[in-house]
Design a protein around this ligand. Structure first.
Ligand code: ADP
Length: 267
């Protein structure tokens, strides 16, 4: 029988799990991330806030290697993500290296991206069987536990279209956790949902944040949620972190005028 620790990060020791070093990302003449440095320690929940277009989603896309940095390096759990260290020289990483490092990262998107032709259980077991090499039985046992965790233990046999958006997003969360990632990236996971479905998804994420040790990096406009789950909040403006700190500080006594303006517009 699985225990709570099955959902947790195997290496929660406060070590640095994500590190951006002088990362610059441009689209044409638009510098979206500007010499960005930041890190996330294992087991922490870090939320990225800031105006639309300030570069938050680009950070998650860089971590998923959907984008490559123009300058700088990204490390995940001590390994370079897009580079390989060959005898002290950094060279662009091969596909195999990048795939191995990326296995440590799970992502939940705005659009749930479930496989429409597969039942819920198989949506969750597909990658653990084919990528991690779990047996079908092991993967199904784990998938059922995760569906219980997200409150959908009775939906194993449903197809995604038979579920509400909120339920589909909870399946997507279970699917990400099934790969036992060390860090979960959450990209505005409630912004495509009808308002009445938002709370259920946020409750599941709160529960995961409070009862497991998984590291989380979230982009969200849900400020109450950010306040509840975050150890640290990073305020972005024009591709830079202009202010960071624990939520009690950022939300109640922000130092930067841009942070005050942003919060008064969204709170
Ligand atoms: P945020 O998540 O803070 O709203 P994004 O990271 O999505 O910001 O976008 C930052 C900037 O990068 C925006 O100006 C956006 O238009 C631009 N951008 C994002 N993706 C692309 C792309 N694939 N091609 C060109 N510009 C892009």
């Amino acid at each position: 029988m699985a225990t709570e620790t099955d959902h947790t990060n195997p290496a929660v020791d406060g070590s640095e799990l994500i590190r951006f070093d002088q990362v610059t990302k441009r689209f044409g003449s638009n510098t979206v991330l500007d010499n960005l440095d930041f890190s996330v320690s294992s087991g922490k929940h870090v939320t990225l806030i800031g105006p639309s277009g300030s570069g938050k989603t680009t950070i998650l896309r860089l971590l998923m290697t959907l984008l490559r940095p123009d300058e700088g390096t990204i490390k995940v759990d001590g390994d370079y993500l897009t580079h390989e260290d060959k005898g002290g020289a950094l060279v662009p990483a091969g596909e195999k290296h990048t795939r191995e490092v990326r296995k440590k990262i799970g992502m939940v998107f705005q659009q749930f991206n479930l496989f429409p032709n597969m039942r819920v259980l198989r949506n969750i077991t597909e990658a653990p069987v084919h990528v991690l090499g779990l047996s079908k039985d092991e993967a199904e046992t784990r998938a059922r536990e995760l569906l219980d965790l997200v409150g959908l233990g009775d939906k194993c046999d449903a197809y995604p279209t038979q579920l509400s958006g909120g339920q589909q997003q909870r399946v997507a969360i279970a699917r990400a956790l099934a790969m036992r990632p060390q860090v979960m990236l959450l990209d505005e996971v409630t912004s495509a949902l009808d308002p009445e479905l938002v709370a259920g998804v946020l409750d599941v994420l709160r529960d995961i944040a409070h009862t497991t040790d998984i590291t989380m990096l979230c982009v969200t406009h849900e400020m109450n949620f950010a306040r509840d789950i975050s150890d640290d909040v990073l305020m972005f403006d024009a591709g830079r972190v202009i202010e960071s700190g624990p939520p009690e500080k950022i939300f109640t006594e922000p130092e930067h005028e841009r942070t005050r303006e942003f919060l008064s517009a969204v709170l």
